[in-house]
Design a protein around this ligand. Sequence first.
Ligand SMILES: Cc1cc2nc3c(=O)[nH]c(=O)nc-3n(C[C@H](O)[C@H](O)[C@H](O)COP(=O)(O)OP(=O)(O)OC[C@H]3O[C@@H](n4cnc5c(N)ncnc54)[C@H](O)[C@@H]3O)c2cc1C
Ligand SMILES: C[S@@+](CC[C@H](N)C(=O)[O-])C[C@H]1O[C@@H](n2cnc3c(N)ncnc32)[C@H](O)[C@@H]1O
Length: 719
Amino acid sequence: VAFHSHLLKLCLPTPPEAYSQRWANLARRYPSINYCSDIITVAGIIELAFGLLPGSTITHQSYNLTMTLPAAPEAARVAFNAQGLPFSPRYEDVYRSQAGALAEARHVFLAGNDLPARWRGREQFVILETGFGLGCNFLATWLAWQRDKKRTKRLHYIALEKYQATPDELEQAHRAWLEQCHNDDATEFGALADLLRQQLPSTLLPWSGLHRLDFADERLTLTIWFGDVEMGLRDLQCSADSIYLDGFSPIKNPQMWTTTVCKSIARLAAPEATLATWCVASPVRAALAAASFDLRRTKGYGDKRHMLRGVLRSLRPPYFVVPPASDRSAIIIGAGMAGCSAAERLARRGWQVSILERASHAASGASGNLAGIFRPHPSMDDNLLARLSRSSFYALLRHLVRLSEAGHHVQHTKCGVLYLAQNPRQAMRWQSMDNSQNSPLFSWCPPQETPTLSIRYGAIYFPDAGWLNPASLCRANLALASAHARRHGQDFACAYGKDVDHITRQDNLWLASDSSGQTLDSAQHLIIAGGAEASRFTQLGYMPLRVARGQVTHLPPCESMAHVEHVICGGGYLTPLISSDNAYPVRLLGASHVVDDWDTSLRASEQRENLSLLTKLLPGVDLPLTSELSGRVSLRPMSPDKMPIVGAVADFTNSSTGPYSQVALQQGLWCLLGYGSRGIVWSHQMAETLACLMEGSPPPLGRRLLRSISPARFNRSGA
Ligand SMILES: Cc1cc2nc3c(=O)[nH]c(=O)nc-3n(C[C@H](O)[C@H](O)[C@H](O)COP(=O)(O)OP(=O)(O)OC[C@H]3O[C@@H](n4cnc5c(N)ncnc54)[C@H](O)[C@@H]3O)c2cc1C
Ligand SMILES: C[S@@+](CC[C@H](N)C(=O)[O-])C[C@H]1O[C@@H](n2cnc3c(N)ncnc32)[C@H](O)[C@@H]1O
């Protein structure tokens, strides 16, 4: 357990209020921590402010709190018995009944939850499983869903797993189960198992947390929380309709069946949710009954006489309520990266969407630069920004593939990004971050001098990162949104030249009006994605939104930079040569950063500032004359904690403080803001998260990350 000395102080048996000055300072630095009376948030502050390594524990005696930060998943180390069936030497138990893996999954988990009958005719259905294992239950469920003509339109399968199997172990297990299948199942089961293995991570993940995979044209989503079950259940947010309980035997693996696990499952279950398990051990039954499940024993499978079925009898309101189909229309203000991505995500789900954009074309604001850099933002302590950017980076890469497969071109190159350390201290931190995290996303480059490049203190290299033309991403998302809308029989329009002056709510509709008071459009939902200019809307008055002017310099081709094929960063960035539609190829060099400056004219002083940066990135390079250079200026939409602002807009009319979970919301009003200097990496994942929240489906982020981006994290005074 690694504690920082500051943290030990905070762990003394004194309530946090005693540290009021320190708290006030922290709250100023991290506006997401306004509710100091909320003990989990206190733990969050400690984590945010000082950083903890995964696996560390925070204890606070006066609150009787122990919180352990999630440890990374471990290797499963699957063995195979004489019949070739998988078992776990760690728990000395089999993964599936010897009598037939698929047949057991069908009898216990599917029939035990009355599936497929219960998902029929539903807009969406959510299954939660403890113990993803080698995916047999998932494959059995996928097979049943695929064959069912009346299947739910969207199936979400959420599973938890602490021990990750290798591709070879998975393949061997799937082959063994395939041999047990009847002929009529074997071909389909085998094909689905192949698709599953293609998407599961092929190397051991160095971090815990959510991992999302999409199948069947995104109608089936598999979300795996890799890490310990208790941690995962605490972090998840969903309303599960059916629950599969499938740890190893409770005698051999009691951690999977604790009262805490059972209570957390009840918290994540929808009213009347069902559960099924082969386990009938009396402590497990007692724990489930105490968590409000009505239980009954029924006939078991194979050599098990009984199995257990349950129904949740709890009056607790569900986490998410799925809005009726009639309530699925939305106006989006702004056709930048935020707005266009949101349009695509909602149209994908069959929503009626329209965009109102003030300019004459998409990407006229900050998203109009010729190129921007996309990369994850790792940190030594794997902080919230590191986790959010990692998950968003993967989501962006998957989305780029989807766009390309659908025939929508996004101009980008994964040319690699080399980030130069600015001083020996930073270099030391990065090197130890590389050693401790063993991440596939970056690697340490030691100092080196070549004739063309000086890596003075060392650097980190992001092999899958690169540059991207944001306008082409906006256009591709708009085109895909139109295609989705056509498929769903909806209209989709991006209306240009529509300047929204104010928004009002009338008769359950949001109206967007211009300065003459004329209504431009109305819908049940409204998303503000207006970038830097969103602060004009009074409904966002409580948010501490700011802008930062930024100027990029366009550099013409030049012999002394001809070797630069990666993006080079370090206090700014230089891209490889980028061709543009109507001009000569240029390199982008940038960018200035002037907070609260709304002027968007090109400044010679900032061109010079950018050129001096160039001499640091590439000493010895030939500098062009400032007067010959062109560039572009736009405004970054900033949040004070550098995290995006995504979700329902809060309503602080009656109170500016109180527990986070009880903050009132402005019905039907949402926002996608605060993308700062990282709009590309946020674009897809934030839009997907918002669409899930609007639709009442499981979001791709855990509770900690959702909180960190929630618009409700700021109080009314904007502190
Ligand atoms: C110099 C510079 C360099 C950058 N470099 C990078 C980088 O390397 N990598 C990276 O990821 N990000 C970078 N960024 C940040 C990135 O460009 C932004 O985060 C992103 O473009 C924000 O997208 P957005 O959709 O929120 O805002 P915008 O792109 O500004 O879109 C907002 C849209 O809303 C419209 N609008 C606003 N108000 C209204 C209204 N009332 N009615 C109708 N329409 C309205 C605007 O006309 C605009 O089209 C950079 C930004 C700058 C300025
Ligand atoms: C019986 S197997 C699950 C089989 C799986 N449902 C299938 O269909 O292939 C139990 C699983 O629980 C996982 N497990 C055990 N202890 C765990 C823990 N503390 N947290 C999360 N997963 C755990 C094991 O790694 C194993 O994969």
